[in-house]
Design a protein around this ligand. Structure first.
Ligand SMILES: C[S@@+](CC[C@H](N)C(=O)[O-])C[C@H]1O[C@@H](n2cnc3c(N)ncnc32)[C@H](O)[C@@H]1O
Length: 262
């Protein structure tokens, strides 16, 4: 029998995993310099860089308002937010597609004497009972999965009635994506290449997606309420003339911050 054309191509989430196993995001050498990996200095550099670039995380998460709640984080990455949830007194559970993220987050919590139940898995299927969690947090993760809508359905399933989802997805019509489109489509003589195609091939792991605000509301339509707000980021403003930066509205930004209640 002849093999099909894709017989040797790993499935999308295997490719996504291979990408993020190279290192949790926000831990590359340009950020951590020569700090000893997994040392306190290394983690604190990662943390400082993260909240300098993405200060809106604090408003989106509201870490200290959730003391005592049972929290699930999907896509813990280097564990920076997970540490804040643990510090805030949540009962923490975290998952990620990679060993790199789970081992980094374990080391990070141990360094500060905190604990969490951490598992490496694909969040398209969650091993938790329905109505288990008060809060699910996921920042910049679900748009990397092959089937984001499956993760959103799993989030709703494992949340208690009245439980909340807080997180962030990428926004398609944004300066950050437009700049990648100029580089990979327009300047290569392919002006008909879509933003979605550029995102899938040139934006972090393979298959990355991004949404409109309306698409986001639709994805969360089974929740009782959903609020979506665009956010401007340094990734959108990078390389733009300084005088423009204060004037560009959040609607040109590449993040959609979301708060949904089951
Ligand atoms: C851009 S990083 C974000 C990590 C962290 N939330 C942060 O903001 O730094 C994306 C993370 O999502 C994880 N991820 C991607 N697809 C996933 C999936 N299907 N299930 C669980 N985790 C996934 C990756 O392994 C990676 O750690």
């Amino acid at each position: 029998m002849t093999a099909g054309p894709d017989a040797n191509v790993p499935d999308m989430n295997t490719q996504v995993r291979a990408f993020w196993e190279q290192g949790p995001c926000g831990t590359n050498i340009g950020i951590v310099g020569d700090a000893e990996p997994l040392s306190r200095e290394w983690f604190e550099t990662v943390e400082q860089n993260r909240y300098t670039l993405e200060p809106m995380i604090h408003g989106a998460a509201q870490f200290t308002r959730h003391r005592g709640k049972k929290l699930l984080e999907i896509g813990v990455g280097a564990g920076t937010d997970h540490l804040q949830w643990a510090r805030a007194g949540c009962e923490c559970h975290g998952v990620d597609l990679t060993d790199a993220a789970i081992e980094t987050t374990k080391a990070r919590l141990a360094l500060y004497g905190l604990t969490s139940s951490l598992q490496r898995l694909d969040a398209e299927t969650l091993p938790f009972d329905e109505d288990s969690f008060d809060l699910v947090w996921s920042w910049g993760v679900i748009h990397h999965a092959e089937h984001p809508e499956r993760i959103v359905a799993e989030i709703r399933r494992v949340l208690k009635s009245g439980g909340e989802f807080r997180g962030m997805f990428y926004k398609r019509w944004s300066l950050a994506v437009f700049k990648e489109w100029i580089k990979h489509a327009l300047l290569r003589g392919k002006p008909f290449r879509s933003f979605a195609d550029v995102l899938a091939h040139h934006f972090e792991s393979p298959g990355t997606k991004a949404y409109t605000l309306q698409e986001m509301r639709t994805m969360f339509r089974a929740f009782d309420s959903v609020e979506v707000s665009p956010a401007m980021t340094p990734y959108d403003l990078q390389h733009l003339p300084g005088f423009l930066k204060g004037w560009l509205p959040d609607s040109f930004g590449s993040f959609i911050v979301i708060h949904a209640i089951k």
